[in-house]
Design a binder for this molecule. Structure first.
Ligand code: ZN
Ligand code: ZN
Length: 364
């Protein structure tokens, strides 16, 4: 276990040194980044990384857990964790301390600055996205966990679909699906399950309510299981009973856009081009303004992580990334369709990790 994390820390250090050769240490404060670099999954942690070592800080609640999850790392236990870790390093060495600008609040930075002992010489250097960039390409263990989370998600959906009836509320369907994911081995749910019936399906991030499903409703379900800290993300849109013409057409349009986006998601593709592959199909139908979100995102220790697909995205896709492709078309007040899969990026067409039937399925 420690080998894997040691390797990740070494890669992070290389990336930091390439960007900021003067940095003497990096203070990592993002919990998912700390989990990636150490295996530690507690809710309070600070990691100080140098060219030849690392120092983990936490508080008394997590001493046993830290000893079990990262026995090789020197540990500092202090309730005021971050200043304690930095002060210890500053006393021994000092120099330019790089910090994660997206994850350290201005107040925490001020506290750190005042925790530096007078005898030490420390300057602060802002960095962005160093560990996140390392996380973009997954290793075999990470891909296995994501694939397991996706399989549980597919299986849970398949198990509850035959039970969905007109009259069921969004909330009860969400709880049934979540219970099934746990029963199949999920450690957690990836995010708050979205179950949206009828007009609610036009709200991309709807929170389930007590509204009962009615005949003719669209039913949009966006959900995922979490396994070993890794997430799955999947959306399917169903219809209660026979679809009306506009429903079949909207579903077919989103499905075509999703297929085009999936096929475009290959190693080496520009991120903006993947978004455009899907979006151009919806634009051509005249419904471009009804697709108001990005095409997808990376999935890993976080449900939303790099890379991100949008018209403004810069950069390209890498083989070994797990990403979602999730176009949607939403008619306010009437209903909407989104179809989302988590896929593994390769040199050829991506490998779908969520595989539930994508065609329009009538329920009830
Ligand atoms: Zn989703
Ligand atoms: Zn998503």
């Amino acid at each position: 276990m420690s080998d894997r994390h040691g390797h990740r820390r070494a890669r992070t250090w290389e990336m930091l040194s390439a960007r900021d050769p003067g940095a003497a240490a990096l203070i990592v404060t993002s919990l998912p980044n700390i989990r990636y670099l150490t295996g530690f999954s507690g809710s309070n942690a600070v990691l100080l990384l140098t060219g030849d070592g690392a120092l983990l800080g936490t508080d008394g609640r997590y001493v046993v857990q830290a000893g079990a999850q990262c026995p090789d790392l020197p540990l500092i236990v202090d309730r005021v964790t971050m200043p304690a870790v930095v002060a210890q390093w500053a006393q021994r060495s000092g120099g330019a301390l790089a910090f994660e600008a997206e994850h350290l609040s201005v107040a925490a930075l001020r506290d750190l600055q005042s925790a530096i002992p007078d005898s030490a010489s420390v300057t602060f250097a802002e960095t962005r996205g160093i560990v996140e960039e390392c996380r973009v390409v997954k290793d075999a263990l990470e891909l296995d966990l994501i694939a397991r989370a996706c399989r549980i998600s597919d299986d849970a959906l398949a198990a509850i679909l035959p039970t969905v009836r007109v009259g069921d509320t969004e909330r009860t369907i969400a709880r049934r699906l979540e219970a099934k994911m746990f029963a199949l081995g999920a450690d957690a749910i990836s995010f708050e399950t979205i179950v949206a019936g009828g007009p609610h399906s036009a709200i991309p991030h709807h929170t389930p309510t007590d509204r009962p499903l009615e005949p003719g409703d669209f039913l949009l379900i966006d959900f995922g299981a979490e396994v070993g800290g890794y997430h799955a993300d999947e959306t399917r849109t169903f219809v209660m009973g026979l679809p009306q013409e506009w429903q079949s057409q909207t579903h077919a349009l989103v499905l075509a856009a999703q297929e085009a986006g999936r096929l475009a998601a290959r190693a080496g593709a520009a991120l903006a081009d993947v978004d455009a592959a899907s979006r151009s199909i919806i634009d051509a139908s005249g419904h471009g303004e009804l697709f108001g979100h990005g095409l997808g995102h990376g999935v890993g220790l976080q449900i939303h992580e790099a890379p991100f697909f949008s018209a403004r995205s810069v950069g390209m896709l890498h083989g070994g990334s797990a990403v979602t492709v999730e176009p949607g078309v939403y008619f306010p007040g009437r209903g909407g369709v989104r179809i989302e899969d988590t896929v593994l990026v390769t040199n050829g067409p991506p490998e779908p990790l969520t595989t539930t039937e994508r065609g329009l399925v009538a329920l009830g």
